[in-house]
Design a protein around this ligand. Structure first.
Ligand SMILES: N[C@@H](CCC(=O)N[C@@H](CS)C(=O)NCC(=O)O)C(=O)O
Length: 258
């Protein structure tokens, strides 16, 4: 571990454990911290080279933990370790002020976040329809069957759901809940960014039918701290190791009208 990292550990409360080279599911947590302007340690990224994920892997392998995480991302806040993206955000939301203080709003935020997590799993399955343990190349035939069905049926179904929430928000704020941005808005922005990267040919036609979603995406992008984060070297580029991957053969033109 480098000296700066050691110093930061003393000064910081929150430690995020995730893979250092991908946005993946960890990005929902990074965006939340970045938007809130709260300092956090992205643990694996504070190490150099091969050691980077050692601390995370050793926690995952620790059979003595009373409340162990199953998979990354997970968060350490002092003695508390929390896994599952939606649970982490549910915990962090009120603490770092990225969700309303009303219980009904918090439950709805969690509900939306869980739906986003389901959607992410389906996105992952477009390139890994058989098993995460196999290479993409070993399941490309199945992926080529899965991706067009995902594009035709699943993206429109999820997008329609999010569009309905946005258009039914009686505050007319353009955010999912009430008058201000909350953590699922950030994750929804990330979904749109990721799908644009993975399915560029289909994306433009698909998103056209969801004006509220387009507006939310643009509004999040313009948030000053998010905009600064996206330009910084803390934002990892999309690549073919994360959840959102670009394989041209999975992106043949097959839109909701198709
Ligand atoms: N539902 C969990 C999924 C966590 C997950 O699938 N993590 C991936 C990395 S993005 C992993 O390492 N999974 C290992 C496994 O499922 O065996 C969440 O939303 O956090």
């Amino acid at each position: 571990m480098d000296k700066n990292a050691a110093k930061k550990i003393k000064n910081n409360k929150y430690r995020l454990y995730y893979w250092p080279t991908i946005q993946g599911r960890g990005e929902a947590i990074r965006l939340a911290f970045e938007h809130a302007g709260v300092e956090y340690i992205d643990v694996a990224r504070d190490y150099i080279g091969e050691e980077s994920s050692e601390e995370m892997v050793s926690i995952l392998a620790d059979n003595d933990l009373e409340r162990p995480p199953f998979a990354p991302p997970f968060l350490r806040d002092g003695e508390i370790i929390i896994a599952q993206t939606a649970a982490i955000l549910q915990y962090l939301g009120p603490k770092i002020d990225i969700v309303s203080d009303k219980l009904a709003d918090q439950v709805f935020a969690h509900q939306i976040q869980l739906t986003i997590c389901d959607f992410l799993s389906e996105i992952h399955d477009t390139h890994h329809p058989i098993a995460s343990e196999l290479y993409y190349e070993d399941q490309v035939v199945e992926a080529k069957r899965k991706a067009p069905l995902f594009l035709k049926f699943r993206i429109p179904k999820y997008f329609h759901y999010f569009e309905t929430i946005l258009s039914n928000n009686t505050c007319r704020s353009g955010w999912l809940i009430g008058n201000s941005l909350s953590y699922p808005d950030l994750s929804l922005f990330q979904l749109v960014e990721g799908l644009k990267y993975s399915f560029p040919k289909n994306f433009t036609l698909l998103i056209k039918e969801y004006p509220f979603l387009i507006k939310l995406h643009d509004k999040v992008r313009q948030e000053p701290r998010i905009s600064a984060y996206l330009k910084s070297n803390r934002r990892i580029d999309f690549n073919e190791m994360g959840v959102f991957r670009y394989y041209p053969e999975l992106d043949y033109k097959f839109t909701s009208k198709g």
